[in-house]
Ligand binder design. Structure first.
Ligand code: FAD
Length: 508
């Protein structure tokens, strides 16, 4: 496969990236007589599985058809967070006068440099996922090419047969082809090529108000595009609490995004250089034109071409590979991890699942995905981070829930930073202090949620968080304030009466 079809533009950074994660002159090694573990796909799940297993002494083969690092490094987390940072910088310059710093209201953005910066950082990070590191430092046999099963214990890649004791399918997901008549003729961008842009689209239509759609809408708007975000429902980020999503919605509107909710897309068309979306909104037909359409909805699992039938691995074209809680497929010697088999499609879950696969496949452990405490974060500004259950979910399970919320205005640091939009919320099992779930909306919510994830993972109640000294002033103090609010709920009228009586007696 030529570099051109792997990644664009062809500049020094991307050439460095490709040299690391798909070296053009790479020769696949001669396969070992049998592998402890053959890993298909070298995204986060595959890399973690291969590195971890090899580190413990296993003979491992890793197969990748495109770029090692998968979505996260090449077309997901890394490039998106790179340009999000530039968007924030633009926003901060615009807001500088509020802090007594006069940079002028007009911000000039060099989109070429924004993308160049992202490519340079990504190329630097790619060293960690490189063929060189995996083969020479970690001792993994790296094969570049399409992997496919030829039987229950063998995989073929580039004409070579790899026999295995265990295999891990880590082939991830891709943007699903949008079911919109005319969209192919109109042309569109997805996460697979939006980071290839070298010129800022003046007008952009983004389809889908989920995490990817919201993050990229806000970023392109802040970088200077006129963005219209179309969303099928009445509110963006439908998975999150309505008040959390509302804060993000208001923030997107302030960034100048035109938000069209309840938009049912009818078709797309091309008119000269313009791309058109025709939609139905509340029974009325509307039309929008833009220079680019970016699709941020729908993921399809990469199950095609793997010849899963030959291995006896059951799958579904929409849901991916079928696994049990121990990540075993219908072939007990074949496991799966990451986006290919899990509804929570995040890099950190792919990583956690790969570790379960190593333990279960190679060391007969019985670790389960149901034991995982999974946080996630949408990197809008402010960010929305969540872990565990939502209140509704807990109530549906019949759990008696106590929900506490502290607004960010309660944290002096948020006031000083001018970042008061947001809150910290925790759901507790009533009467026990056990944390069932939590949501944080704050500029750095993704950093703040880990304290609550740790408490949940370690089975610490909210009181333990309350006993922890938090440096003053930090925004994370809102989490300590949640614990203080919880402690106040424990001060029942009876206990208060006892305290009052005791203190009165001391004054006698
Ligand atoms: C725009 C965007 C932003 C994101 N941001 C975040 C974020 O901030 N935080 C976060 O946690 N998650 C984020 N994600 C999600 C994250 O990228 C994925 O959850 C993660 O990459 C999944 O890893 P994986 O190993 O399961 O699959 P992938 O990364 O998709 O890797 C699968 C690999 O398998 C290869 N492959 C497929 N079929 C074959 C075959 N037959 N033979 C050989 N190789 C094959 C593919 O080429 C690919 O490299 C984002 C996703 C997108 C799209």
């Amino acid at each position: 496969m030529g570099q051109e079809s792997l990644i664009l533009p062809r500049d020094e950074s991307n050439e460095r990236l490709v040299r690391n994660v798909h070296p053009p002159d790479w020769k696949n090694p001669e396969p070992a007589s049998r592998y402890n573990l053959v890993v298909l796909g070298a995204g986060t799940a595959g890399l973690v599985a291969a590195a971890g297993a090899a580190g413990l002494g296993a003979k491992v083969a890793l197969i990748e058809r495109k770029l090692l690092g998968g979505d996260c490094l090449n077309v997901g987390c890394v490039p998106s967070k790179g340009i999000i940072r530039s968007g924030r910088a633009a926003y901060d310059v615009k807001k500088a006068a509020e802090f007594g710093v006069n940079g002028g209201p007009e911000v000039s953005i060099d989109f070429g440099k924004v993308m160049e910066r992202m490519r340079r950082i990504r190329a630097g990070i790619s060293r960690h996922d490189s063929v060189e590191r995996f083969s020479n430092e970690l001792g993994v046999d790296v094969f570049l090419g399409d992997g496919r099963f030829t039987g229950r214990d063998a995989v073929e890649v580039g004409g070579k047969l790899l026999r295995f004791r265990k295999a891990a399918i880590c082939t991830g997901a891709r943007p699903a082809a949008p079911a919109i008549p005319g969209i192919e003729e109109a042309g569109y961008l997805t996460n697979e090529n939006v980071f290839w842009l070298t010129e800022l689209p003046k007008r952009m239509i983004v389809l889908g108000g989920g995490p990817i759609g919201c993050e990229l809408s806000q970023t392109f708007a802040r970088l200077g595009s006129r963005v219209t975000l179309l969303h099928a429902h009445g509110h963006i980020l439908p998975r999150e609490d309505a008040d959390a999503a509302e804060i993000i919605q208001q923030s997107l509107l302030r960034d100048g995004i035109k938000l069209l909710l309840n938009a049912k897309i009818l078709r797309a068309a091309r008119r000269g250089p313009e791309k058109i979306i025709i939609m139905d909104r509340n029974g009325k037909k509307e039309e929008m034109a833009a220079d680019e359409i970016l699709i941020g909805i729908g993921r399809a699992p990469n199950v095609e071409g793997l010849d899963l039938e030959a291995a006896g691995v059951e799958y579904d074209k929409r849901e991916g590979i079928k696994v049990n809680e121990r990540l075993q497929t219908s072939n007990p010697d074949v496991y799966a991890a990451g986006d290919i088999c899990f509804p929570y499609k995040f890099t950190h879950t792919a990583d956690a699942m790969a570790r379960i696969v190593i333990a279960n496949a190679l060391f007969m452990a019985r670790q389960k995905t149901s034991r995982l405490v999974i946080p996630w974060c949408t990197y809008t500004d402010p960010e929305v981070a969540h872990v565990g259950m939502y209140e509704k979910e807990a109530r549906e399970k019949g759990i008696d829930v106590l929900t506490l919320t502290i607004p960010l205005t309660e944290a002096d640091r948020a006031l000083l930073d001018g970042e008061t939009e947001g809150f910290a919320r925790v759901h507790l099992k009533k009467g026990s202090g056990r944390i069932l779930g939590a949501t944080v909306v704050a500029r750095h919510a993704g950093e703040m949620i880990s304290e609550l994830s740790l408490a949940m993972t370690a089975g610490l109640g909210l009181s333990a968080v309350g006993r922890t000294i938090h440096p003053y002033p930090t925004q994370a103090e809102v989490i300590k304030k949640l614990a203080e609010a919880y402690n106040r709920t424990r001060l029942t009228p009876f206990i208060k009466k006892m305290f009052t009586a005791w203190l009165k007696w001391q004054r006698r």
